[in-house]
Design a binder for this molecule. Sequence first.
Ligand code: SF4
Length: 335
Amino acid sequence: MKSISIIGAGPAGIEAASVLAKQGMPVNLFEKSSSPLKNIADKAFLFPNFAAASDIVDLMNKKLLNQNITLHHDTDIVKMQREGEAWKIVDGKGNAYYSDYVLMATGYTPFDAHRKEELGYGIYNGIVTSLEMEKMIRYNQIVNSLGEKPKRVVFLQCVGSRDEKSGNHYCSKVCCVTAVKQAIELKRQLPDTEAYIFYMDLRMWGQHFEEMYRESQQKYGVRYVRGRISEASGTFDGRVQVKAEDTLMGLPLKMTTDLLVLMVGMEASEGTKCLAKSCGICGEYGFAKSVDPHLGDCLTEQKGLFVCGACKRPMSINDAVNDGRAAAVAIMESE
Ligand code: SF4
């Protein structure tokens, strides 16, 4: 039986490892952080069915309980190259591992909101990212900069996506529905708090997303404003003032809020960029490139090298799981 190295123990990498291990293939699974599924573990609930993220993490961790899987955590893979018929991958400490196949499942990195200086992140209190909001929801601690219950929360879409200035022209796909989900969770925890979502256009592409959007308005009273916030700044009393244009009304707008939540997009991680470049599979914006988006989306131009999950493009968790499974099938077919 041939062997495989999978780089990245996120939803895509774990699903692929589980499928291949069940078929008897020895799997070395490498994770740069101290435990798998870091990006999910900090979330509260997952769209569209509000499944508890902790339950999904537990179920996915159980998939790793297979004697054919060896998990190497705290192991950052920095290099990979073909040597004869095998692949050699090397970690940051100089340890080398050999296998017949490599699957890149290195995931994404969130957009760094500091790069949008005009939005005041890291400068003024009361401005948080969607990841920080997720933690506040998870631990039932949604508070403003003074540690008090917020009277108003504003969500801003498309931070670091669809944005010429940050160099990312693409849509990050999951942040629209994440804002709707977070606004609903906010209203469930704090029904008296006002919730506003500023959007360019809402992309409710998945099953049940449209229903969530409707429910957020009809049941929870979430308000939607079409327009982009151009500037955010702090006020003397610890609040945040935003300047925007309501593009439906054609009017400039100012608003104060207790919390401004920046819905940050997804970017290729440094690890993805570096590994993809070294193997000649670097695509647009630093993401890894597959052979064909229709019929070869887990294949690459390099023999024995496969790709899956959000290292290719922004992807939801359920899509990443399915893509990991698709990659496993592609690998088995190449035997
Ligand atoms: S999913 Fe929505 S918020 Fe995210 S980049 Fe696309 S349009 Fe903007």
